[in-house]
Design a protein around this ligand. Structure first.
Ligand SMILES: [Zn+2]
Ligand SMILES: [Zn+2]
Length: 196
C-alpha cells in the first residue's frame, strides 16, 4: 500500500528561479503554455519550464490517438550559442537534445527532475514544426541518432559541392541515377575508366 502510494505520487515543481538577469534570480510564475497545459515561465526572459508528466498528461487528454511516429525533420529556428542551462530545480547542468537538422535548436532537459527548459519562442517553433507533441520522442536515442546521421549526410553534400561545384555535382548525380540500375554498370564504368 505504501509502495503503491509512493509510485502514484506525482512529481511537483518546487519554487523555481531563472537566473537570466544575474543576482538571486527571478521567481518563475505559473504560465499556460497551451490550452490545458500549465508550466512555469520567467517574467523577465519568457523562458518556460515544463514538467514531463504535466506534458504527457496534457497530450494524453488532448491528442490521445491523433499522433503517430514522426521522423526528424527540418525544424525552423536558429542555431543557439551552445550555452547549457542549469536545471532550476536541482542545479545540475541540463542535457541538450537536438530537435532537428542543422538549422534547429537544442532542447534542454533534466532527466533527474523531468524538467524541460524552453527559451522564449521555442515552444512556438516546436508547434510550427509539428514537434510539440513529440517532446519525449526527441529525448530518445533513436531520434538523436537519426538526426546525427542526417547531419553527416548533409555535411557530405556540402563537401561534394565544394569539390565539384553545383552544376557538376548535379550532372554526376544524374549519371549515377542512370547507371545505378543498369545491368552492365560494371562494364560501362570499366570502359569509361580505360577510355577517358
Ligand atoms: Zn529569465
Ligand atoms: Zn534537475
Amino acid at each position: 500500500m505504501i509502495g503503491k502510494q509512493y509510485n502514484q505520487r506525482k512529481r511537483k515543481m518546487k519554487k523555481l528561479y531563472c537566473h537570466c538577469g544575474g543576482g538571486k534570480g527571478k521567481s518563475l510564475e505559473r504560465h499556460t503554455l497551451s490550452e490545458g497545459l500549465s508550466a512555469k515561465a520567467c517574467p523577465e526572459c519568457q523562458a518556460v519550464v515544463l514538467l514531463l508528466e504535466d506534458y504527457q498528461e496534457w497530450r494524453e487528454r488532448h491528442f490521445s490517438d491523433s499522433f503517430a511516429a514522426v521522423e526528424p525533420a527540418a525544424v525552423p529556428g536558429q542555431e543557439k550559442p551552445s550555452k547549457a542551462h542549469v536545471c532550476p530545480q536541482c542545479g545540475c547542468f541540463m542535457q541538450r537534445y537536438r530537435t532537428g537538422d542543422a538549422a534547429s535548436f537544442w532542447l534542454d532537459y533534466c532527466p533527474a527532475c523531468h524538467l524541460f527548459w524552453l527559451d522564449a519562442g521555442e515552444w512556438a517553433l516546436l508547434e510550427q514544426s509539428g514537434l510539440a507533441l513529440y517532446l519525449d520522442t526527441l529525448l530518445t536515442e533513436r531520434w538523436q541518432h537519426s538526426i546525427q546521421s542526417r547531419k553527416t549526410l548533409s555535411w557530405r553534400d556540402e563537401l561534394l559541392q565544394k569539390r565539384f561545384g553545383e552544376e557538376t555535382l548535379n550532372e554526376i548525380r544524374r549519371i549515377q541515377s542512370w547507371l545505378r540500375p543498369h545491368p552492365k554498370k560494371r562494364d560501362i564504368l570499366a570502359f569509361l575508366g580505360e577510355n577517358l
